[in-house]
Design a binder for this molecule. Sequence first.
Ligand SMILES: [Ca+2]
Ligand SMILES: [Ca+2]
Ligand SMILES: [Ca+2]
Ligand SMILES: [Ca+2]
Length: 283
Amino acid sequence: MNRSKKILISGAVVIFIALFSIFLFNIFFQKNIPDDLSSGIAEEPDPAIEECKILDDPKERAQCEDGGIDAWISDKHNFAIKSGDPDNCNVIPDEEKHDLCVLAVALDLSNESICDRIHSEGVKGQCAYQFIINEKDFFKCNSLTKDIDREFCYSAAIQEARDSGGSLCPSLSGTDRDFCWQIHYTIDAVEQNDYDVCGKILTESGKTYCLNVMPPDSDKDKISDTAEITQYGTDPNNADTDGDGLTDGEEIRIYKTSALLRDTDNDGFSDFEEVESKNNPLR
Ligand SMILES: [Ca+2]
Ligand SMILES: [Ca+2]
Ligand SMILES: [Ca+2]
Ligand SMILES: [Ca+2]
């Protein structure tokens, strides 16, 4: 084989290897390249639109695919309420969402009999419960089976009477009356953020209930732990932070003196001494 033939063959081999490498590289690259690089933007299916597939009616499905399933359901709710017809909820295939749609119509029309069209027992109970709460009738609350529901119901009835400037409690008797005052004063205590209001409740269990509803006050100085830490800088575990004989609660709530200084006005007499001797501890 002469020299020029050798060069020709080596050249052909080099070209072959180069072309084969490009071929292999292409196969590898096509396989491993992420979809979104090889075909532009990724086509991830939108789950909200995927869910629209459960709808048989092509018109509804198209409407659903427009904004997703949640927007579609919300549209159906609004339409059912606007039309005042719970049958318009029937287009919603998901049982619970259908039921909630019917519940919304029942409440909007204040028509309790519509609750009967709800399929699931859970939502049906919720519908009836809502009507009892809305009636704000102390005695009807008794028909609720869960303690927490009954309490909420009583509170709604008592609050209603308070809002119209009166109190429901004097019209009741026996344990109903005691319970009514317990709720009434607990609402007052929370509203006024005043632990003393709980003391107006006659039964011991009622007082405890009220104090449990109020925010925790570990040292019982009538300032909540949170307020001591974040608002006043006093010790939540010491009723008299500055040790002057007046509790943190008395200083902050009654005498407006500093709960951190024994002698707020720095006149040589402690806050306690001035309060005892009826002098002004502030000047
Ligand atoms: Ca406290
Ligand atoms: Ca304290
Ligand atoms: Ca003090
Ligand atoms: Ca003083």
